[in-house]
Design a protein around this ligand. Structure first.
Ligand code: DC
Length: 225
């Protein structure tokens, strides 16, 4: 096979992007990059360092000082900051509540996008986020825009939280998803938007395997072209 293509997967919070992107990358032997984890890692470090999550300049400086590594492991993707494993810490309620503010800062986004482009340059890649097809990898050979109803997304997040031992209620999760949808779509700096050439997939009544298979079918079509 040749070098491999770039697959950009975008969509709202808790649409199952990470699980599906990881599965697709595994099946194709590609690198998987969860860009949300990068914003979460920066948010976690900002909270730990008592840095104002609305201060674009201070956050950008912090980002420059950090080394964020995304490493594949049998339990899923490990996220390390300066060598310390923060994979669980970045999923906390505190980080989830603050990450939209950090992700809305234009200079933070510009620097993140630069790092993400560098990570995507070496081989076949599946990258998931909010602005991958529109801003980070506008030349990606395959773009997917994936969504599901708010209730379905809350149910999936609830099941994931139970697995991770995080306590939450469906009401809280629906509210959090609505709030993040609003923040992600209404921010000025590269808001969540479907790229004009993206394939739209509503995953509400699809299994994870069905969605991954659909993406792989599209990827094989693109590779054949
Ligand atoms: O996918 P996630 O829930 O882990 O993403 C965390 C936050 O980061 C979410 O509020 C949206 C933001 N994000 C973004 O703005 N751009 C990306 N490429 C990825 C995530």
């Amino acid at each position: 096979m040749t070098k491999g293509i770039q697959i950009a997967i975008d969509g709202p919070a808790a649409a199952g992007k990470s699980t599906i992107a990881r599965m697709t990358a595994e099946k194709l032997g590609y690198t998987y990059i969860d860009t949300g984890a990068m914003y979460r890692a920066l948010t976690y470090c900002a909270l730990e360092g008592h840095i104002d999550i609305y201060d674009d300049e201070a956050l950008s400086r912090l980002l420059d000082e950090l080394t964020i590594d995304l490493l594949p492991s049998p339990q899923g993707q490990l996220v390390k900051v300066d060598g310390t494993d923060v994979s669980d810490a970045i999923r906390s309620q505190e980080v989830t509540a603050s990450v939209s503010a950090v992700a809305a800062q234009p200079e933070v986004r510009r620097r993140m996008a630069e790092q993400q482009r560098r990570l995507a340059s070496s081989s076949g890649v599946v990258m998931d986020g909010r602005d991958i097809g529109t801003a980070v990898l506008p030349e990606a050979e395959l773009k997917i825009f994936m969504t599901a109803s708010v209730e379905e997304r809350a149910e999936r997040r609830y099941a994931e939280n139970v697995r991770r031992g995080i306590s939450s209620t469906m009401e809280e999760l629906c509210e959090d998803i609505r709030r993040r949808d609003k923040a992600d779509t209404e921010r000025e700096a590269s808001p969540l938007q479907q790229a004009a050439d993206a394939v739209f997939i509503d995953t509400t009544s699809m299994s994870i395997g069905q969605v991954a298979d659909t993406i792989i079918r599209h990827a094989e079509e693109r590779m054949g072209q």
